[in-house]
Design a protein around this ligand. Sequence first.
Ligand code: GDD
Length: 315
Amino acid sequence: MDALVTGAGGFVGNYLLQELLQEHAHVGATKLPKEYIKCKNCDILDMDLTKEYEVRKILELYKPAQIYHLAAQSSVALSWTNPELTVDVNLKGTLHLLDAVRAVENYHPRILLIGSSEEYGYLREGACPVNEQETLHPANIYAVTKACQNMIGNIYAKAYGMDILMVRAFNHIGVGQAPTFVAADFALQIAEIEAGLRPPLMRVGNLEAKRDFSDVRDIVRAYRLLMQHGRSGETYNVGSGHAVSIRELLEILVSYSMEAIVIEQDPARMRPAEIPCIQADIQKLQAVTGWKPQFSLEETLRTMLDHNRRNFRII
Ligand code: GDD
């Protein structure tokens, strides 16, 4: 097998599989039994990362040359309510994967561990845009698990000579993302208002936070390029290099609608702790891959909203 994507049943997996199929003949995709993956040219495999024997069985059987480790509990919001699941999947799961690789004889795959900009956490004054050297101050359990995953990746690369590289992905959005994330949530609310399914009132959380948003298609291209050109044991930021406030994102989406929409802050959407601004310094990524984003934020948001409108038969 040329490449295996763990957690391919999630939002990003679908895009990454399509990206990899442009280059590779034999691509594998792991998913949880309850998930569904539409990919007729992939080997689709059930694998629960919390069960080490399942991970090892798949690696022994297929020995993929490249592993994109996407599988994760990826919601910051959910990590506040279910920290144990977040630790089990993101930390123990990664250990299961790396230890299973070590256990398979004569097997030295290239592994890309997907981390998060959340690892940086509370940034010191002047550290935004943030580069990979910055000290990590994670501000929630999800961020802690991703910071630890990065450290474990480093340790295994050095101690066992494994070919592991790490990314810190900044916010990425697109069609198919669950409405637990901000852009997908707002795009859905607007389409529901337009379809007459809810009154013209949008519920929002903290609009002052600034985040670095990319189109998921740009992000998965960066992953593929890093797998090709990145250096073992290194960490790379993957983001647009620009930050916008959630208010600006909301304003772009609302400007696409003809409805007069009232905005209301919902205390349930506010988080116990929030990092004010996260913006990527992407010089390292660009130096090794030449990567540049191809989709603007406006274009991606429009695509997401129009997709919902089509689902509701508004367009
Ligand atoms: N979900 C949500 N819903 N977020 C809201 C809302 C709302 O109604 N209103 C404001 N926000 C703010 C959040 O407080 C946060 O500051 C920002 O919008 C982005 O929230 P999310 O889209 O939920 O993403 P996230 O930043 O918490 O996490 C995502 O990005 C990380 C990379 O920075 C996830 O994709 C993570 O898996 C990823 O690592």
